[in-house]
Write a protein that binds this ligand. Structure first.
Ligand code: MN
Length: 207
């Protein structure tokens, strides 16, 4: 069974400056994301060992470890590709229409998403996701790496607001980090994710 591996970035660590410094990107990718990859692999190995030995007494801890670490791996893998150096403009085509129809306008969507990001208590994420049951985009406030997330939603755009994501650059001023985030969103990646999410929309229940 293949183990999880750390994906390469499509850009240099310093490429997102000044929105996010190269130092943060290097630590965030090579240390934090790597730790989630390692943790997910360890949890799977320990669960396999527990099955093999019949020693399932530790299963609650291991399932928590798996959800947290695999969540971290998935979240960061999406986050890196949601960003691009020099990205500008905004959503176009179906993505723009979908955002307008559900949230009223791009400005209203960004205000909602930003409020969710600024409102995270402790560690978590603001997430634009595709609800595959209702066939609509929703905004989710994700706790830690795995909490408060309904099953069957597909992330389209994710913003990490753990302190490790911004504290070196912005200290306690998370609002400035979130404002900078909007200057490096790769809307073409978000649009491509929407196309794939729509295509998978009937997986939860028969159409
Ligand atoms: Mn992170």
């Amino acid at each position: 069974m293949p183990l999880y591996t750390l994906p390469d970035l499509a850009y240099d660590y310093s490429a997102l400056e000044p929105a996010i410094s190269g130092r943060i990107m290097e630590l965030h990718h090579s240390k934090h994301h790597q730790a989630y990859v390692t943790g997910a692999n360890t949890a799977l190995e320990q669960l396999a060992e527990a099955r093999a030995t019949g020693n399932l007494g530790n299963v609650n801890k291991l399932e928590k470890d798996l959800a947290f670490n695999l969540g971290g791996h998935v979240n960061h893998s999406i986050f890196w590709t949601n960003l691009a150096p020099g990205a500008d403009g905004g959503p176009e085509g179906d993505l723009a229409t979908t955002i307008d129809e559900e949230f009223g306008s791009l400005e209203a969507f960004k205000a909602h998403f930003t409020a969710v990001a600024l409102g995270v208590q402790g560690s978590g994420w603001s997430v634009l996701a595709w609800d595959a049951l209702g066939s609509r985009p929703i905004i989710v406030q994700l706790y830690d790496q795995q909490g408060n997330l309904p099953a069957g939603v597909v992330p389209l755009l994710m913003l990490d607001v753990w302190e490790h994501a911004y504290y070196l650059d912005y200290q306690n001023v998370r609002a400035d980090y979130v404002a900078a985030f909007w200057t490096i969103v790769d809307w073409s990646d978000v649009a491509a994710r929407l196309v794939r999410a729509r295509a998978a929309g009937t997986l939860l229940l028969p159409a």
